[in-house]
Ligand binder design. Structure first.
Ligand code: ZN
Length: 479
């Protein structure tokens, strides 16, 4: 967004041009009050501030500070040459304070890419802005200080010398804490190794398992961690950015579709994007609303969420490993459940669109009596990493990094399974157990099992294992 300001002799009046109509009045009121409350007399001229492109779909209050600075510069209060070559970000409070804004990280990154490295940001956002290599960050708290320092040419560059504390993992739980549930633990490991989605069926420690999945995934690359940090910044949750640990996003089923999928109107990514490069966990998945469950298919298929509204489309990245769990029925009466088979079937049928996209299923159960402590996360993570390295080596000349990403056509031509493995899986299609789409998912899981065993391509046993994970030993599962 570019801002131009022009002052002509006349009444003391401010015109804002190029802003969405609904936002002009509040923006004008904030800017006017902030300037007056900063001790700067209101300029005795008619000032027109125009924003291009004309009429951005949504006015972002982060532009308040830039508008005020442009206005004061046009009015001769601030020398224009001290304004050029700087980016100003911040929302103005009526008292002249400067409030923190969302999305500082990607905005500063874009400014630096465009060759403008000096950025003036709200003090609360200085650390976030300083993460961008090459950015020279000037933190400010009050409009009066910005005006004063620009007038006297002493707007100091701030070098964040504070040592960057290593971002702590958002959850430190270990798989050793999860009692029993051998089948689910195996399924979790396979999903981590191949990037497959997971369905946990029954009444058991689904949340414990999902929370421990990021801990057995390989750490994010620098590039991925930067992308994740930008998404958290856009969502106004920079303080929760997970660093190099893959993120875990676990929205509650009562949250709105906008909170989960993202919002054009608020210009804000949702929980599915906060899971990018990490894990999205939907606990009690059938309880989520229809728009959410339907809306999830797009990111599952494309790795992105497309949001349309206000005459535009925004895309946010959303490539995650999905973990969904469902109890057998909608009631919470473990002992005295009176739900009919029809009620149970209808409950599970809410996931009819989602479940065909999920390749790995496992039963879960409450199991706390007399179970031995499970294997610790570190041991599982080591096997996952070894399998991922094998896959990455094989996929080195392709755009894909995990088995779950390999298209069906390439599974047929470039990466065929051993003949007896392929034969077994094809027979599952012929008997109607899986669809043609499902066959590709089975082959991908078979590849992951082969990678975990350290063999060159899926053998008969890997095909058997993939089929078992597909069926998930769940008697009333819908697929
Ligand atoms: Zn019931």
């Amino acid at each position: 967004m570019d801002i131009e300001a022009d002052a002509v002799p006349g009444d003391a009046e401010l015109y804002l041009v190029g802003l969405p109509e609904l936002s002009v009045w509040p923006a004008r009121a904030r800017i006017r009050a902030a300037i007056l409350n900063s001790g700067t007399p209101w300029p005795d001229t008619t000032i027109t501030v125009s924003v291009s492109p004309m009429i951005p779909p949504v006015y972002d209050a982060a532009a308040d500070l830039a508008l005020a600075v442009a206005l004061l510069s046009a009015a001769g209060v601030i020398p224009p040459e001290r304004v050029t070559g700087r980016v100003f970000l911040g929302e103005l409070a009526l008292d002249g304070g400067i409030r923190p804004v969302r999305g500082v990280l990607p905005m500063v990154a874009a400014a630096v890419r465009a060759g403008i490295s000096r950025v003036v940001v709200p003090a609360e956002c200085a650390r976030e802005a300083a993460q961008v290599p090459g950015a020279v960050v000037m933190p400010v708290t009050r409009l009066a200080d910005v005006v004063d320092q620009l007038r006297h040419g002493i707007l100091r560059d701030h070098h964040d010398q504070e040592p960057e504390s290593a971002p702590s993992s958002s959850f430190a739980g270990d798989l050793a804490d999860v009692p029993g549930n051998q089948a689910a633990r195996h399924a979790l490991e396979v999903c981590a190794a191949g990037g497959h989605h997971l369905f946990l069926s029954g009444d058991g420690p689904a949340t414990m398992l999902a929370e421990r999945l990021p801990g057995i995934l390989p750490p994010l690359t620098d590039e991925a961690a930067r992308q994740v940090a930008e998404i958290y910044s856009l969502a106004g949750q920079s303080d929760r950015a997970p660093g190099v640990t893959p993120p875990l996003s676990a929205p509650h089923h009562s949250e709105t579709p906008a909170a989960i999928l993202g919002s054009v109107a608020a210009n804000r990514p949702g929980a599915v994007s906060l899971a990018h490069r990490g894990v999205l966990h939907l606990a009690d998945a059938p309880e989520f609303t229809r728009p959410v469950l339907d809306g999830l298919c797009q990111p599952l298929d494309s790795g992105q969420v497309h949001l349309a509204g206000l005459g535009r489309t925004v895309r946010y990245p959303a490539r995650f490993t999905l973990v969904v769990d469902a109890r057998p029925c909608p009631c919470l009466e473990r002992r005295e459940c009176a739900c009919t088979p029809e009620v149970r079937r209808r409950y599970r049928a809410r996931l009819a669109l989602l479940l065909p996209r999920v390749a790995v299923r496992a039963p879960i159960e409450q199991s706390n009596r007399g179970t031995r402590a499970g294997e610790p996360s570190a041991a599982v993570a080591a096997r996952v990493l070894a399998a991922r390295v094998r896959a990455a080596h094989r996929l080195a000349d392709t755009p894909w990094r995990t088995n779950a990403e390999v298209p069906a056509s390439d599974l047929r031509t470039r990466f065929p399974a051993a003949p007896e493995a392929a034969e077994l899986l094809r027979s599952a299609v012929n008997t109607g157990l899986v669809t043609a789409d499902g066959l590709a998912r089975l082959l991908r899981v078979a590849w992951t099992l082969a990678d975990l065993r350290g063999v060159d391509r899926p053998q008969f046993d890997d095909a058997v294992g993939a089929l078992e994970l597909w069926k998930g030993a769940d008697s009333d599962g819908a697929r």
